[in-house]
Ligand binder design. Structure first.
Ligand code: 6PG
Length: 492
């Protein structure tokens, strides 16, 4: 065969990636479980490049030049295993199987190990940017064996988004690292969406600003250091008027947020690797809470507001309030990034990956859902993009801050945002407007910088009921107080 790459699974993401390859000059072999989709793609878009329509996976594999590159774009989970099982007997040593879906990184680690035993490369690839990105340039986060990148990387870089001449694609690390990085991207995406939601809610409920007016605020914010794709589309959504009712569309949409799992996985993994990704987790919980309409209805009947007076006092200076909310949004967003990047280091230590945070941030500067001006600043805070920099698993390369917030530009930015951030959280609490991520991010910040944490008391409690021992501030060793005896201290 002569085709450069085969794509199996031609729902919209697979079809768009296939078209993207073809538009970039690659010959793309196509396969789908039902042939109709393959034919439709060729009929509608055949003129965009070289396609080879195939009927079976055998035919797909036969149409490819060696080393064969087969990209799977099917629903995460069992369907991926099913396709792999059929593909493997058809492939030869050195061939590359690519999973570009939102697979769980543990599945990717398992699949990579299994295929490596057969002399095949399995590459889990994170792809972000939705349908539009897949077609015109997504952010791409490939993992898998480094050797595979020689044959695969250039093709992925060609179809990826481009930021100032640099592709939003680079090998990120072995086995499941690509899918892990994409998962964390989605966790940050959840938090970013939630903080925008909290800002909207405050502007609405505290400042009484209607969606149309808010659209202008978000458009203006998009000219500040908040500039990002998600802020931009927020303005679009807020200005949309429902054709049927004439009301703002956002008021017609049911307020229950869906989720497909990647945010939840991020929170779970954060717990697993012991990384405090509280702001990200809160954004997942906020979606879960929203999706319990019956409980919420009952709560509205039963639970008091406890806020003073009727309704919320309008802020005396609306403009100042809007700016406060903007600052709170920015600071909370930074914390979500700090937490997400931190869990990458923790996971790198756990799974033996060498993850370079500067390079990873560079991949998110364009093409993906969290693309934002801020990511270029974050990248620079981590020493810029350097695809040859491979820090020891779990460590950061020399000169990279131990926490994003420690980078001088962010220490400064947060210091400036703090008075606003505290005012906004206090106002929200007094008004009874839920701001789980604004407040959780602030608690993380205060927790980080606290002189003493109540963890000392918790250690005392643990020692009391379970003889779990504690360490002392003034001496080395582990100690236990004989709580049920004479309460003298013993060294253990
Ligand atoms: C992206 C998106 C994409 C998708 C997710 C999130 O980076 O292009 O994250 O992967 O929209 O499925 O969706 P949920 O909000 O449904 O979990």
């Amino acid at each position: 065969g002569t085709a450069d790459i085969g794509v199996t699974g031609l729902a919209v993401m697979g079809a768009n990636l296939a078209r993207n390859f073809a538009r970039n000059g690659y010959t793309v072999a196509l396969h789908n479980r039902s042939r109709a989709r393959t034919d439709a793609l060729v009929a509608e878009h055949g003129h965009e490049g070289e396609f080879v329509a195939t009927e079976t996976l055998e035919e797909l594999v036969q149409s490819l030049a060696a080393p064969r590159r087969v990209l799977i774009m099917v629903k995460a989970g069992q369907p991926v295993d099913d396709v792999i099982e059929q593909l493997v007997p058809l492939l030869e040593t050195g061939d590359i199987v690519i999973d570009a879906g939102n697979s769980h990184y543990e599945d990717t680690r398992r699949r990579e190990a299994a295929l490596a035993e057969k002399g095949l490369h399995f590459v889990g690839v994170g792809v972000s940017g939705g349908e539009e990105g897949a077609l015109n340039g997504p952010a791409i986060m490939p993992g898998g064996p480094k050797e595979s990148y020689t044959a695969l990387g250039p093709m992925l870089e060609k179809i990826a988004a481009d930021f100032d001449g640099e592709p939003c694609c680079a090998w990120v690390g072995t086995d499941g690292a690509g899918h892990y990085v994409k998962m964390v991207h989605n966790g940050i995406e959840y938090a970013d969406m939630q903080v925008i939601g909290e800002a909207y809610d405050l502007l609405r409920q505290v400042a009484g600003m209607e969606p149309e007016e808010q659209a202008q605020v978000f458009t203006a914010w998009n000219q500040t250091d908040l500039a990002s794709y998600l802020i931009e589309i927020t303005a679009e959504v807020l200005s949309q008027v429902d054709a049927e009712t004439g009301r703002p569309l956002v008021d017609v949409i049911v307020d229950e947020a869906g989720q497909k799992g990647t945010g939840r996985w991020t929170a779970i993994s954060g717990l697993d690797v012991g990384s405090p990704v509280a702001a990200i987790a809160e954004s997942v919980f906020a979606r879960s809470l929203s999706s319990q309409p019956q409980v919420r209805a009952r709560a509205r009947e039963l639970l008091a507001a406890g806020t003073e007076g009727s309704g919320t006092p309008a802020p005396s200076d609306r403009e100042a309030f809007v700016e406060d909310v903007r600052q709170a949004l920015f600071a909370s967003k930074l914390v979500a990034y700090a937490q997400g990047l931190d869990m990458l280091s923790a996971a790198a230590a756990e799974y033996g990956w060498s993850l370079d945070l500067g390079t990873i941030a560079s991949l998110w500067r364009d093409g993906c859902i969290i693309r934002a001006d801020l990511l270029d600043v974050i990248m620079r805070a981590f020493g810029g993009r350097d695809t040859d920099r491979h820090p020891e698993p779990g460590t950061r390369a020399e000169g990279q801050p131990a926490n994003l917030l420690f980078a001088p530009e962010f220490t400064q930015a947060i210091a400036e945002a703090l008075p606003s951030w505290r005012r906004v959280v206090a106002t929200a609490v007094a008004a009874g407007v839920p701001v789980p991520v604004f407040s959780s991010a602030l608690a993380y910040y205060d927790g980080l910088r606290a002189e003493r944490l109540p963890a000392a008391l918790i250690q005392g409690q643990r020692d009391f009921f379970g003889a779990h021992t504690y360490r002392r501030t003034d001496r080395d060793g582990s100690f236990h107080t004989q709580w049920s005896g004479d309460r003298t201290e013993v060294q253990s």
